[in-house]
Design a protein around this ligand. Structure first.
Ligand code: 13P
Length: 258
């Protein structure tokens, strides 16, 4: 039975206390769900990470960072090094979130340096990709996704691919002004992503989890999770209250026959 992935990026929300309260509550509420069949992860703010790692059993909730520099140290004011994240106890690093690419102008080349650095330092790397509304208008979504995967994962070998997760988050679907992708559209893009991953990693590409994110909510979670090429849901706003996220997870699991 394939494992389902559920995670949330807390973006620039929640104080340290709010984060630890949220994590404690989410761990309690979901404690009875077997982690053999579900991977649950939360990506809080940098300032919350160390306390969160001390608070939470990462077998229940894996903790991740929202970004990371590709160098261990140096003249990179405002950046966070892989050594600092290791010290905090983080296991997962998100790379190339849409807001990093579009608000902070990060490039595929930079995401690639971060992915390589994250793997070299023992992290799981969650690479986020997604086409813009304009790419979609010209039906160029598949080409854009392929380009982001090929550049973002350049230089990664089959062993490294074991610690890659991919999140497909169409830029037009994310946040308060976003429109969720239909399940049918998301499935077609996930098929394209999986095809590309198999080409890049013939032995292990099939095993790389591909999650959908972008305005996931209690209304669309079920139809998204039952799509054959969607391995999990990466949720923003609809996950930021532990009880609501727990309900969403349970209804999605049920729809998927778990
Ligand atoms: P929303 O679910 O709020 O659209 O955010 C998705 C997201 O950006 C997760 O990384």
């Amino acid at each position: 039975m394939k494992k389902l992935y559920f995670g949330s990026n807390l973006k620039m929300y929640k104080t340290i206390k709010e984060t630890t309260d949220y994590l404690t509550s989410l761990a309690d509420l979901t404690g009875d769900i077997s982690r053999e069949e579900m991977e649950l992860f939360i990506i809080p703010s940098y300032t919350s990470l160390e306390r969160a790692c001390a608070f939470v059993d990462q077998h229940l909730i894996r903790l991740g960072a929202q970004n990371m520099c590709w160098e261990e140290q140096g003249q990179f004011t405002g950046e966070i090094s892989p050594l600092m994240l290791q010290e905090a106890g983080v296991k997962l690093v998100m790379i190339g979130h849409s807001e990093r690419r579009h608000v902070f102008r990060e490039t595929d080349e930079e995401e690639n340096k971060k992915v390589n650095c994250a793997l070299e330092h023992g992290f799981t790397a969650l690479l986020c990709i997604g086409e813009t509304a304009e790419d979609k208008k010209y039906a160029a979504g598949p080409e854009v996704l392929r380009m982001q995967l090929k550049k973002g994962l350049f230089g990664i070998d089959a062993a490294g691919a074991d610690r890659i997760w991919v999140a497909y988050e169409p830029v037009w679907s994310i946040g308060v002004n976003g429109t969720p992708a239909t399940a049918d559209y998301a499935e077609r893009m996930h098929q394209e992503i999986k095809r590309c991953l198999r080409e890049l990693f013939p032995e292990t590409g099939e095993q790389i989890p591909v999650l959908y994110g972008g305005s996931v909510n209690p209304g669309n979670a079920k139809e998204l999770i039952v799509q054959p090429s969607i391995d999990g849901l990466f949720v923003g706003r609809a996950a930021w209250q532990a009880d609501k996220f727990n309900e969403l997870i349970r209804s999605a699991k049920k729809a998927a026959g778990r």
